[in-house]
Structures are given as structure tokens and as C-alpha cells.
Design a protein around this ligand. Structure first.
Ligand code: UDP
Ligand code: MG
Length: 319
């Protein structure tokens, strides 16, 4: 039987320090799997440090390594998509370069997928705790998962990492989703298939720094909501109806009061308060519509998800 190939897709942005450590670890894991052929796909997401150089050196040492380098930073979602497009393996894993996704889980994940009696198409990971994360960030992350699971059809698992192993069939399904605003956690769930979840304790990154700030995480959360549910639009409409009902009741009350007690025109402070409240809510709802409109705008431009500057094929040509 021919050897089965496992592609490991790694998106790298400023990971010059982590990459050599990552390569050592992944090597150790695959040395113990002689029946499996490894294809390591390193996607340089427009790094500003020496990541690309490190990748090229690794590629020269080890022909199992393939790489692509973007013309600028397109973000991890784009890097993951490019890597998946590029991968040729029968099974494809996506993981981070900072060893927060422990490579030594891969054999177990592979075993689960290859076991024909279980019929799983994907093995995903979630961390059971959030050690080493600021408490306020954990709080908002938990709140996000609670809200989005209530209001959207796709199921997002709290603590889920983007670390997973998939069959070729599932990868092909993912590649059919060509949207520009990519929210992978939702896309994985959207394509369906049987997923087995395995858990592990949170690990701190080996070197370098996380690229996520609180603001970028909030934006990411908003993207997830806009990409996977239109519930906020319904909410805006319901709020409109609610205010109409309140206004209607108020009109009747005021008319009745005037007829019964004469004309009690009392002060404009209450008027101003209502004016502010109502216009605030109107702007808020407009903002919600704006979010969806802006995403539609970006989507209909049909810009490419990523632009490649260089791949390992180019470096061969130069030699
Ligand atoms: N990453 C990327 N492009 C970006 C930001 C991050 O390819 O614009 C990669 C990064 O190199 C790492 C992974 O995505 O391999 C996860 O990034 P990070 O460790 O900063 O995120 P965290 O683990 O803190 O969620
Ligand atoms: Mg990380």
C-alpha cells in the first residue's frame, strides 16, 4: 500500500524564533510514524522579521517542506486558506507555529481518523482552561461564545483552537467556501462532517509574542457574529416595533390625560431625554445595518483572499 500523506499547514507571522523549535518537534513526531509521509506547508503571512529566511533554510535542508510567502500580511485566516489550497495530503492538519498546538497530539488524531470503525472526518482540539490569559479577556471570550451560540445556527465550541486534522473530503468542502471575510471557527462548523473533540491544557507560546490585542480580538468577535448570523438585524427590527408600541401607548395616555385633566404640558426635559434615547437607538440600529452592508461591500468586490509573492518553486528556478 502506498504511504499516506499528511500535510501540516502552519501560518507564520513573525515567527523566526518559534519556527526552528516547531520544526524540531514536528520532526520528532513524524520520525515515530514511519508509515506516514509528511508534507509541511509553511505559509509566511508577510512577516517583517527573518521568518521567510528561516523557512527557506529549512526548505533547503528538508525537501518535505514547501512554502508560500504573501506579498503582505493578509491575516491568519487567509494564510490558512492558502495553505489548505496548496496542501496535497490525504489528511491535512492546520496548526500554529508557536507550539501552543502540541504536535505530539498528531499521532493520536491520525489514529482516530484512520480508524475505519469510528467514521470521523475531523479531529479538533479545545483547551480546557485559559491559563496564562488575562482574566478580562477570558471573560469576554466566554461571553462571546455564549452569545453567538444562542443567536446563530452554527455551533462554536468554547475554547476551540484552530488546531485540527481533517480528511481530504472535508478540506475540499472548506475550499469551496470562497468568502473574503473568513471566520474559520464558523466555517469548520458550517461544512459539517463528524468531528471528534479532544481536550488539552493550555500551553504558553514558546517564543515571540501573540499578535492579538484586545481590540483585534473584539473585531474578530464582531466578524464572527456578522459572518454567521443575521440575528442583530432582526433585533433592530424588533426594537423598532417595540418603540412604536411604546409610542402608541404614550399617545393614548397623553390624549386621555388631556381630555380628563385639561392640558398638563409639563416641561421639555423629559422630551429631550426621549429624543436622545430614540435617536441613540436609531443610530445603533443603523450601525448594525452598516456592519452587514460593509461586509457585503467587501464581499462583492471579489478581491483575492491572498496574494503570493514567492513559493518554493520560485526558489528552485533561481538555483
Ligand atoms: N498569524 C498569522 N498571521 C497574522 C497573525 C498570526 O499567520 O496576521 C499566525 C501566527 O504566526 C501563529 C498563529 O497565527 O502561528 C497564531 O497566532 P498567535 O499565537 O499570535 O495567536 P494566539 O495563539 O495568541 O491566539
Ligand atoms: Mg499562539
Amino acid at each position: 500500500m502506498a504511504k499516506e500523506t499528511v500535510s501540516v499547514v502552519v501560518s507564520c507571522y513573525n515567527e523566526e524564533k518559534s519556527l526552528p523549535l516547531f520544526y524540531d518537534e514536528i520532526n520528532k513526531v513524524f520520525e515515530k510514524l514511519p508509515k506516514i509521509k509528511l508534507e509541511l506547508i509553511l505559509v509566511d503571512d508577510g512577516s517583517k522579521d527573518k521568518t521567510l529566511e528561516v523557512i527557506k533554510n529549512l526548505h533547503n535542508e528538508d525537501s518535505r517542506i514547501r512554502f508560500l510567502s504573501f506579498s503582505r500580511n493578509f491575516g491568519k485566516e487567509a494564510a490558512m486558506y492558502a495553505g489548505l489550497e496548496y496542501a496535497t495530503g490525504d489528511y491535512v492538519a492546520v496548526m500554529d507555529a508557536d507550539l501552543q498546538d502540541p504536535p505530539n497530539l498528531l499521532p493520536k488524531m491520525l489514529e482516530i481518523l484512520m480508524d475505519s470503525s469510528t467514521n470521523f472526518d475531523s479531529v479538533a482540539t479545545r483547551r480546557v482552561n485559559r491559563v496564562g490569559e488575562p482574566p478580562i479577556r477570558s471573560f469576554f471570550a466566554r461571553a462571546f461564545y455564549k452569545i453567538i451560540n444562542k443567536i446563530s445556527d452554527v455551533e462554536l465550541v468554547d475554547g476551540a483552537r484552530d488546531y485540527r486534522l481533517m480528511t481530504r473530503q472535508m478540506v475540499d468542502a472548506l475550499l469551496q467556501l470562497k468568502e473574503y471575510n473568513r471566520f474559520s471557527k464558523g466555517l469548520f462548523s458550517f461544512v459539517g462532517f463528524n468531528t471528534k473533540w479532544i481536550e488539552y491544557e493550555n500551553v504558553k507560546r514558546v517564543a515571540g509574542e501573540t499578535k492579538w490585542s484586545f481590540i483585534s480580538l473584539s473585531k474578530y468577535a464582531l466578524e464572527g457574529i456578522v459572518a454567521f448570523t443575521t440575528a442583530p438585524l432582526t433585533f433592530a427590527a424588533l426594537l423598532g416595533i417595540l418603540f412604536c408600541i411604546i409610542a402608541f401607548i404614550m399617545i393614548i395616555v397623553i390624549i386621555a390625560k388631556t381630555l380628563i385633566f385639561g392640558d398638563p404640558t409639563s416641561g421639555w426635559p423629559s422630551m429631550i431625554c426621549i429624543l436622545f434615547l430614540v435617536s441613540g437607538i436609531q443610530l445603533f440600529c443603523l450601525g448594525i445595518i452598516g456592519e452587514y452592508l460593509s461586509k457585503t461591500y467587501l464581499e462583492c468586490k471579489k478581491r483575492p483572499i491572498y496574494i503570493i509573492k514567492e513559493t518554493e518553486k520560485d526558489s528552485k528556478k533561481k538555483e
